[in-house]
Design a protein around this ligand. Structure first.
Ligand SMILES: NCc1[nH]cc(CCC(=O)O)c1CC(=O)O
Ligand SMILES: [Mg+2]
Length: 331
């Protein structure tokens, strides 16, 4: 037997800061972060979101300013989510493929302001555009149809690519949409537009504040369990990821984050592809609530959670704490 006390003292390498730094197995940098931004109509508008303290919706001009801030902080990518005005929401979510919708105007404003200094990731799903708050089209019975929805998602994705999106991120969980979108991007002369698939997205109670932020929460009837995954399942996530990689995804997302570290770990071990975590709105809100209640130190809590994603195997993390974390990391 080697390595027994006192030959081995595990505390020896922890005894000083320089030594802890030397032995640190995982690092976090601003380049690991994706910053989600909510877009709203108007100009010069900043609307704080009650359930996401510290996060606002910005009009397109403000979005471009946030993207410049991201570049300055060293954050490589921003993710866009629109709060579509009520009068533009419809049963079929047609506003999703309007070339002049809020999303497309925000993409163009960022690309005009930042060029290639910042990547733009765009969400593909119908929930910010439908009057019923579901991610797809409903049949007579209220079931979210798969193939008809996929056809619309393809139009939505191409619309975003035409406006200049760098990464298409389908968050809808329909079957077969990655293949359909990949083919359409190839045929539409967008071979280098990436797809980051929300491959393993769970029907989660942690999405509440997001639904407020995009204005779909009050509209949603029922739940999303016929397309988002059951939190009890893990093998099923590997099948989802395997399919999306085969269909042409460049990277995959696991969502939510902290409660699904085991899924991240399994996906990374099984496939070795770039894996990202979405630290969702409820996770953000819980950290802020802990700080506000005097239960924990916000900065310490968020940095500990972010390094956990790296340890589990993530290439990066989509988090509402991105600008705060980047500032902390930049010292
Ligand atoms: N396309 C839906 C979508 N895209 C991102 C989120 C949630 C993100 C968050 O909570 O931060 C959701 C919520 C949902 O499935 O209802
Ligand atoms: Mg799938």
């Amino acid at each position: 037997m080697t390595g027994r006390y006192p030959n081995t003292r595990m505390r020896r390498t922890r005894a000083s800061g320089w030594s802890r730094a030397l032995h640190r197995e995982n690092q976090l940098a601003p380049t690991d972060l994706i910053w989600p931004l909510f877009v709203t109509e108007g100009s010069g508008v900043e609307e704080p979101i009650g359930t996401l303290p510290g996060v606002s919706r910005w009009s397109v001009d403000g979005i471009a300013a946030r993207a410049k801030e991201a570049a300055k902080l060293g954050i490589p990518v921003v993710a866009l989510f629109p709060n579509t005005p009520a009068e533009k929401r419809s049963d079929d979510g047609a506003e999703a493929h309007n070339p002049d919708n809020l999303m497309c105007r925000a993409i163009r404003a960022i690309k005009d302001a930042c060029g290639d200094d910042v990547g733009v990731l765009t969400d593909v799903a119908l929930d910010p555009y439908t009057s019923h708050g579901q991610d797809g089209l409903l049949d007579e019975s209220g079931y979210v149809t798969n193939d008809d929805t996929v056809a619309v998602l393809v139009d939505q994705a191409i619309n975003q690519a035409e406006a200049g999106a760098d990464i298409i991120a389908p968050s809808d969980m329909m079957d077969g949409r990655i293949h359909a979108i990949r083919m359409a991007l190839e045929m539409g002369n967008h071979p280098n537009v990436q797809i980051m698939s929300y491959a393993a997205k769970y029907a989660s109670a942690f999405y509440g504040p997001f639904r407020d932020a995009v204005g779909s929460g009050g509209l949603l009837k029922g739940d999303k369990k016929s397309y988002q995954m059951d939190p009890a399942n893990s093998d099923e996530a590997l099948r989802e990821v395997e399919l999306d990689i085969a269909e042409g995804a460049d990277s995959v997302m696991v969502k939510p984050g902290l409660a699904y570290l085991d899924i991240i770990y399994r996906v990374k071990q099984a496939f070795g592809v770039p894996v990202f975590a979405y630290q969702v709105s409820g996770e953000y809100a819980m950290i802020e609530a802990a700080e506000a209640a005097g239960i924990g130190d916000r900065d310490a809590l968020l940095m500990e959670k972010l390094i956990a994603f790296k340890r589990a195997g993530c290439s990066g993390v989509l988090t509402y704490h991105a600008p705060i974390a980047a500032r902390l990391l930049n010292g």
